[in-house]
Design a binder for this molecule. Structure first.
Ligand code: PLP
Length: 412
């Protein structure tokens, strides 16, 4: 009997772990940096797994694993009712129908004597949950899954380090998802890891596509939360397929690097966020279904019907030029410039930031792929940057005179 209330979970955190966290904070890599890479490599070795992917949670791991199955309506995934909501939620989220096999009363794990009867023609995966770290009957489950060519995905949220018949939990199936949430047997506060076993070529391709997509999405500046390159490409494709006249506007800050050097990365982040809000609010104010995407850094893309592109860009530049001086000190704002050093260490005048927007349209061109549009938009953005002040520049060239940038029309 203790006077203290029984805590829900009390993590065991060593001095060594605390020192590592401090070293991590001091390194500046507070998210997916070298330590995360090392963690992935160590778990990959530990499980002899072809893939080990550090994620924000075990839920994310289950989501990715089930998404890689590309389920069709009516596809079934067998698991147990003795689990956390995430197991079923991710099955439903990815289009599957959960089928529940009851647990054994003494282990709380899937009762394999009931499993065979639950398998149908529609069963795509079996998901044992190793409850409270005790492995489910993996030898039997694996045998059943293999004989019916069904994916075995382990919900190993509670069970890193457990083994059965000398073989580690997490290395029996095609996928295993581990949780490092605060109350788990190993914790990073929040976090998860998806490992994969031997995958079929189809599973590997699907997972690769998902990982590429995930990587692109997370590469977006975390504070703007705007859609990234993948969504941008999809949006351009949507406009291309719809057949109407559209414009793709590539917006980029001028003198942003010098601003970062003079002020701080925090100030730089604030400017990026401010620009994202200006772009978003102006576009949505003029054309509510207009699209604003963030490639990364200070590069943004707007995808709009052609007739709203000029009014949007004109308004964006007006608002930008009005607000940006207030991101500088009084002295710099009043002067309209500051002295910065160039690469050779020579002092030179750096003007306040301006915005360059290069615009590509399908008015005089036919595009067969979104990548062509992005390439031209990048070219137009580079051209816009050669012009003084905040400007937007339409590419007025036709397919035949590609390469002749003089056909561009600038507005400031
Ligand atoms: C069995 C089971 N699966 C999945 C999860 C989800 O883990 P996370 O919180 O890391 O998303 C949990 C969390 O408690 C769990 O108990």
């Amino acid at each position: 009997m203790t006077d203290e209330f029984l805590p829900f979970s009390r993590p065991s955190i060593s001095r060594e772990a605390i020192d590592e966290v401090v070293a991590c904070l001091e390194s500046g890599w507070i998210t997916t940096g070298p330590r995360v890479k090392k963690f992935e490599e160590e778990l990959q070795r530990y499980f002899s797994a072809p893939h080990a992917l550090a994620l924000s949670s075990a839920t994310a791991g289950l989501h990715l694993a089930f998404a890689a199955l590309e389920m069709k309506p009516g596809d079934e995934v067998i698991t147990t009712p003795m689990t956390f909501a995430a197991t079923l939620n991710t099955i439903v989220l990815t289009g599957g129908r959960p089928v529940l096999v009851d647990v054994e009363p003494d282990t709380y794990n899937m009762d394999v004597s009931r499993l065979a009867k639950a398998i149908t023609q529609r069963t795509r995966a079996i998901v044992p949950v190793h409850f409270a770290g005790l492995p489910a009957n993996l030898p039997r489950i694996q045998e059943l899954a293999a004989s019916r060519r069904i994916t075995l995905a382990e919900d190993a949220a509670h069970a890193i380090g457990a083994a059965i018949d000398g073989k580690r939990v997490g290395s029996w199936g095609s996928f295993a998802s581990f949780s490092f949430y605060a109350n788990k047997n190993m914790t990073t506060g929040e976090g998860g890891m998806l490992t994969s076993g031997r995958l079929t070529e189809e599973q590997r391709n699907r997972l690769d596509v998902l990982l590429t997509r995930t990587e692109r999405n997370v590469s977006v500046h975390p504070s703007t939360r705007l859609p990234g390159t993948n969504e941008i490409e999809r949006e351009i494709k949507r406009y291309m397929d719809a057949g109407g006249a559209f414009a793709v506007c590539y917006a980029d800050l001028d003198h942003f690097k010098e601003y970062n050097d003079r002020y701080s990365y925090n100030d730089g982040d604030r400017v990026i966020f401010l620009l994202s809000r200006i772009l978003h609010d102006v576009v949505k104010g003029i054309f509510p279904s207009g699209f604003v995407g963030h490639i990364g850094g200070d590069d943004f893309i707007l995808v709009l019907p052609l007739d709203v592109a000029a009014p949007c860009c004109s308004e964006i530049i007006t608002v930008f030029d009005l607000l940006i001086p207030f991101q500088y000190s009084d002295q710099d704002r009043r002067a309209g410039y500051f002295f910065g050093k160039d690469r050779r260490g020579q002092l030179h005048r750096v003007p306040l930031m301006t915005l360059s927007i290069g615009i590509v349209t399908n008015e005089h061109r036919r595009f067969s792929h979104p990548a062509q549009v992005s390439e031209l938009a990048t070219e137009m953005k580079s051209y816009a940057k050669t012009l003084p002040g905040s400007v937007f520049v339409f590419d007025r060239r036709r397919d035949v005179d590609a390469g002749d940038v003089l056909g561009a029309q600038a507005s400031a």
